[in-house]
Design a protein around this ligand. Structure first.
Ligand code: PHB
Ligand code: FE
Length: 326
């Protein structure tokens, strides 16, 4: 890191919020809105969805591929360095040459985004919470919520339940069963392990585990087997980012229902609307972007192939953008 992420005079504005710059981008917020400026244009967007999107970008280390905060602003992960863009994946901005993109070292952009969240998220607001489980993101600056904005995803080293890993979450752990999952059976499976295999064999109640999730649209990792990551999550309301895939990912809808809007990754043109009900399974292609709507809190299993080789293989045409061709 050569530069401090906070480069303006750092004087809070009349609403109490500090402005931030990163390269040619300037970010400001007021009571309701975030204003973003870059050399060829400017954008205004509501503070709540912006902060929810930025929160995930930070907590997931810029995720796989593209994280669109909305149809204009977002990041593109090159795994080590990251593009911050405006209008890059918006056909009309591209045509009008209003789009702009700058590349930053991973740590520099992450520290800047973290500083924005520290300053712009007020005491009552939790960007990871469902709308009915948090206070408002709007208004003049009032305090901060460092517990919420420094939260990272829970990631298992092996499989949940095996020794040395994330303990199963009980009532004592401080994670009560969510209001939407009070009917979930919490009984744990009985596993009788042959002597000598205690370190390798276990089972846990996956629905029980997920019913205690206190966040939305924040996949955890419950098992890691080479590059295969099982990432369950609980969803309510709208996925705060529009995710542009750089690899195929699988969705298994474990409960309730999610409606997915699927668009072309580059232009944003609509490609499909996918309604997934409990038990449905879908593969999202590697050349789309998508956003989910969950009318009621639901459980979703996201299965990711974490191989670092995949984006290059797909870009070079060596691997297909869909897992199966009919
Ligand atoms: C996705 O973009 O694939 C995604 C992100 C977060 C979730 C679910 C799916 O909670
Ligand atoms: Fe995705």
């Amino acid at each position: 890191m050569t530069t401090s992420p906070i480069q303006l005079g750092d004087v809070p504005n009349e609403h109490g919020y500090r402005p931030f710059t990163l390269g040619g981008f300037r970010f400001e917020r007021d009571e309701h809105f975030v204003h973003v400026q870059w050399p060829t244009g400017r954008h205004v967007t509501a503070a709540e969805p912006f902060l929810k999107a930025m929160m995930r970008d930070v907590a997931w280390n810029f995720f796989y591929g593209t994280v669109n905060f909305d149809s204009v602003i977002g990041t593109l992960n090159h795994y080590g360095n990251v593009d911050l863009f405006a209008g890059r994946f918006n056909e009309e901005y591209r045509k009008a040459e209003l789009d702009h993109s700058e590349n930053f070292p991973h740590d520099e952009i992450k520290e800047t985004f973290q500083a924005i969240l520290n300053d712009w998220v007020n005491e009552d607001f939790d960007p990871f919470a469902a709308p009915m489980e948090t206070g408002s993101a709007y208004g003049e600056k009032s305090g901060n919520n460092s517990r919420a904005v420094t939260r990272t995803r829970v990631a298992a080293k092996r499989m949940v339940g095996l020794p040395d890993d994330e303990p199963l979450r009980s009532d004592e752990s401080g994670y009560p069963v969510n209001r939407a999952f009070l009917d979930v059976d919490l009984d744990e499976p009985v596993v009788e392990v042959v002597k000598g295999y205690e370190n390798e064999v276990s089972a846990f109640n996956f629905f029980g585990y997920l019913s205690r999730s206190d966040v939305t649209w924040n996949p955890s990792v419950v098992s890691v087997c080479r590059d295969s990551l099982m990432c369950p999550t609980t969803e309510e309301f709208i996925l705060p980012i529009i995710h542009g895939n750089d690899r195929v990912e699988w969705f298994l809808q474990l409960s309730d229902e999610i409606i997915w809007e699927v668009e072309d990754r580059e232009s944003g043109k609509p490609r499909a609307k996918v309604v997934m009900k409990a038990g449905d399974c879908a593969a999202m292609p590697a050349d789309i972007r998508h956003q989910g709507y969950s009318p009621k809190r639901s459980m979703l299993l996201v299965w990711e192939n974490n191989s670092p080789d995949l984006p290059g293989m797909i870009a070079r045409g060596e691997a297909p953008t869909v897992p199966v061709t009919f």
